[in-house]
Design a binder for this molecule. Structure first.
Ligand code: ZN
Length: 294
């Protein structure tokens, strides 16, 4: 089944909700980053939540999330836009630990418990919006919960789960973000808080094959919610040979000369999608001339 996310509201707009099914997206990221199980969960949770955050944007806006913990995975970076396109990168993919005491992938140990979570939103303006909070948990979802409440001042509940098969592929992945809008009544807040604290874990829900709509049904209980939009979700990287060439030509003629003379060409790999690019000697000479003309 294809991945998608839904945007919804409930309680007459007092609650805004997002839910996602991200199994294929996370599997694609896993395959391209070659992550091992615990790293897959850390990368997948970050990517899943970032993709929902992309759906909070409009038009051509996009955002980048950087989870920079002191654990063995190193920095995790995820990008998403308002069209459901997302990609992610992990510094050290080969991280796998025994399951934790709850029998779950030990994401906290992989990510670390010291460091920062930062969000940069490119809203097409000169200045980018940037928010940053310290890592409070290392389990990722709790760190985003803290980010929304502390940096954006929107009380939120965030959940994301990734289950990995014995052969390392992704069995299931999904998540939700529930946000309390300004002016929400105490009754509404109480109700949602209780529901979020008492529902089964997001991992159990996705293991049971629950869809994005089912996740919200669990959270809203007997209360109605209105689905505003359903957005298909895909792994998408905007790298290209042209971009790589532009980056090389900006290095300057001296460095390009070195590539021509020493290496007889250039090779580059995209950190996000792991696509390899080869630039021939002839192409490098062209880039150099292009640089000189400008
Ligand atoms: Zn790429």
């Amino acid at each position: 089944m294809s991945d998608y996310l839904i945007k919804a509201t409930g309680f007459d707009g007092q609650i805004r909700a997002y839910a996602i099914q991200s199994t294929n997206l996370v599997e694609e990221a896993r395959r391209r980053q070659d992550t091992w199980a615990t790293a897959t969960a850390a990368l997948g949770r970050t990517l899943t939540i970032t993709t929902m955050m992309g759906a909070m944007l409009k038009g051509e806006d996009k955002l980048t999330v950087k989870l920079d913990g002191d654990g063995p995975t190193g920095t995790i970076v995820a990008d998403a836009n308002a069209k459901g396109q997302a990609r992610a990168y992990i510094t050290h993919p080969h991280v796998d630990f025994d399951l934790n005491e709850q029998g779950k992938l030990d994401v906290r140990r992989a990510v670390g418990t010291n460091g920062s979570l930062s969000v940069v939103k490119d809203l097409g303006l000169k200045e980018h919006f940037t928010g940053q909070v310290p890592i409070v948990s290392g389990e990722v979802s709790e760190d985003f919960t803290y980010y929304f409440t502390s940096s954006e001042q929107v009380p939120s509940a965030v959940g994301a789960g990734v289950l990995v098969n014995p052969d390392q592929t992704v069995l299931a992945s999904g998540g939700f973000i529930i946000q309390v809008m300004p002016g929400a009544s105490d009754d509404t807040i109480d109700y949602i808080e209780k529901r979020v604290n008492h529902i089964q874990s997001i991992s159990s829900m996705i293991q049971a094959g629950k869809k994005a709509e089912d996740i919200l049904s669990e959270i809203f209980g007997n209360e109605q919610f209105n689905i505003l939009e359903k957005i298909p979700v895909v792994f998408h990287c905007n790298c290209s040979l042209e971009r790589i060439k532009r980056a090389i030509s900006s290095l300057g003629n001296e460095e390009i000369d070195q590539m021509i003379e020493v290496d007889g060409g250039a090779e580059a790999t995209c950190h996000f999608c792991n696509e390899h690019y080869y630039i021939t000697k002839e192409e490098l000479i062209e880039l150099k001339q292009f640089g000189e003309l400008n």
